[in-house]
Design a protein around this ligand. Structure first.
Ligand SMILES: C[S@@+](CC[C@H](N)C(=O)[O-])C[C@H]1O[C@@H](n2cnc3c(N)ncnc32)[C@H](O)[C@@H]1O
Length: 304
């Protein structure tokens, strides 16, 4: 629990498991809270394949013959499920974003509240860091990422501040970046703005939109008929992608039809509206605040 307090735990597991002897996938193992709850529900024949790209999560691995860990980005979903003879699976869960452990470990650089190197890599083997982004992206690239991933209307102004400051000396720590941006933050609402700015950098460093897109487009084929896809998203960009895939099987959200007018979507929605954490859960775990859970079931599209 000190590593990460799982969000919407019972709701997500209830929606995910349809066959206790089936094979399940936890794409975002983290502290293993969801994985443990899945294993508790599975019979001896059940199996769980869990992914995480952060080596720190290795500290939480579960000793259980039904559990297999994949130390990889979930964009490699198909490849590793095939390798583990778990393709197609009975259910896939993704609890997106970063863990509390990642945010609370100051030297990982995810938090604007603590001093640390501007790092923000979930996978510490990768080359691109937030320091590289902040010190080497040009004005157009920086303003675009603050505008698109951070939904900051003054993205350009933020980018210009960074560029002016780095001409003096490189920006290498979280609090250095905060002090550079401070004059452009709304008075009294600077925490909200900083959390969006840091979120934007994190999304860029980890290529979160690209890997989410890649993973989501593999899920329909990676599930058995009747198998469930359950995703917990924490911001609107993620949630929009999840919603479109579940509704239409593609990222545009437009349902394609065959010659006879039959919708060709690989999923049927299990949750009409996204589920959100209760007030009680938010009080005990404020980081659950922005969570949205959606679930869909794999179907075979009708043909004539
Ligand atoms: C919100 S936490 C999941 C917490 C987990 N459900 C639990 O109960 O402890 C997200 C985890 O997913 C991992 N992660 C995020 N994106 C990933 C990706 N593209 N590939 C593999 N792991 C990823 C992060 O490293 C982090 O440990």
């Amino acid at each position: 629990m000190s590593y990460h307090n799982p969000v919407l735990l019972h709701e997500s597991i209830d929606l995910l498991i349809t066959n206790p002897s089936g094979t399940y996938v936890d794409l975002t193992f983290g502290g293993g809270g969801h994985s443990r709850a899945i294993l508790e529900r599975l019979s001896e024949e059940g199996r769980l394949i869990a992914f995480d790209q952060d080596a720190d999560s290795n500290a939480n691995l579960i000793e259980d013959p039904r559990f297999h860990f994949v130390a990889s980005n979930f964009k490699n979903l198909t490849r590793f499920l095939q390798y583990h003879k778990a393709y197609p699976a009975d259910g896939i869960l993704a609890d997106l974003g970063v863990s509390s452990h990642q945010i609370d470990t100051a030297e990982r650089g995810f938090s604007y509240r603590q001093e640390g190197a501007l790092d923000m890599r979930m996978n510490q083997q990768q080359e691109l860091t937030a320091q590289e982004v902040v010190n080497h992206y040009d004005e157009a690239q920086l303003s675009k990422l603050f505008y698109t991933y951070g939904e900051m209307p003054n993205g350009r102004q933020l980018a210009q501040r960074i560029i002016r400051a780095r001409e003096e000396h490189p920006i290498s720590t979280t609090l250095q970046l905060v002090s550079v941006l401070e004059p452009s933050l709304p008075k009294g609402k600077s925490s909200k703005a900083l959390s969006k700015i840091f979120q934007a950098l994190r999304i860029e460093v980890n290529k979160e939109m690209e890997v989410l897109e890649s993973m989501l487009t593999q899920t329909a084929d990676a599930l058995q008929e009747g198998g469930r896809l359950v995703v917990i998203a924490y911001h609107s960009l993620e949630d929009r992608m999840v919603k479109n895939i579940m509704r239409a099987g593609n990222l545009t959200g437009e349902v394609e039809k065959d010659f006879f007018g039959n919708p060709q979507t690989p999923f049927k929605l299990v949750t009409r509206k996204a589920l959100q954490p209760s007030e009680d859960e938010i009080i005990t775990n404020p980081r659950a605040r922005s969570a949205k859970l959606r679930a869909a079931e794999k179907i075979t599209p009708k043909s004539r």
